[in-house]
Ligand binder design. Structure first.
Ligand code: FES
Length: 192
């Protein structure tokens, strides 16, 4: 009777001769990933430093204004982030007119109080950009048409703003925007 004398064959993959094959492959993979990680870091650092704003850009992002020369009833035009900004010193009469308007009559209801800083409610700071299509309204310059509500008038399509620069008539959907700003002294404001 014939008997088999061959060595039994196994389906399992034999370990490599020194028994370290798997670990070596892992090391190669880890080394490749680590190299990619270092490469990523090296390219990230210059990118982050490029993204940091330069001093020039930071300076452009704020506007400091001396408002001591603005008489009651007068306004000035300035520039903030390349856009016009109006600063107006309201008379008592203009403040009273703004206070007398019921909020229910306003398209974009805001009080003068909410649009000015505490203790400085006579100083109205707004962007000089009509909220309809972005024209520069009249009313900040000497002798300019302030419209029928005594604030600002946009001649492009006839939007009228009141003495608190709130939209009262015409196609503009909202009040002139009050930018972020603060008083750094009684006569100086920092916008931005
Ligand atoms: S842009 Fe001012 S009314 Fe149209």
């Amino acid at each position: 009777m014939a008997t088999s004398t061959g060595t039994p064959q196994s389906d399992a993959v034999a370990p490599e001769a020194d028994g370290t094959g798997v670990r070596r492959r892992d090391f190669i993979n880890i080394a490749a990933v680590s190299a990619a990680g270092v490469g990523g870091l090296v390219t990230l650092i210059p990118l982050v430093s490029q993204m940091a704003p330069s001093k020039d850009v930071l300076a452009e992002s704020t506007t400091e204004l001396d408002i001591s020369a603005i008489e009651p009833g007068q306004a000035i035009k300035a520039v903030f982030r390349k856009q016009p900004v109006f600063v107006r010193n309201l008379t008592q009469k203009e403040m009273d007119e703004a206070d007398a308007v019921p909020l229910s009559r306003l398209r974009d209801p805001e009080t003068l109080e909410e649009r000015t800083k505490e203790g400085h409610r006579n100083i109205l700071v707004t962007m000089g950009v009509c909220t309809h299509l972005g024209c520069v309204p009249l009313g900040a310059g000497e002798g300019e048409n302030r419209g029928e509500f005594g604030g600002y008038f946009c001649p492009c399509h006839g939007s009228s703003y009141d003495t608190a620069a709130r939209i009262r008539k015409g196609p503009a959907p909202s009040n002139l925007v009050v930018p972020d700003y603060e008083f750094t002294s009684d006569t100086t404001i920092l916008i931005g």
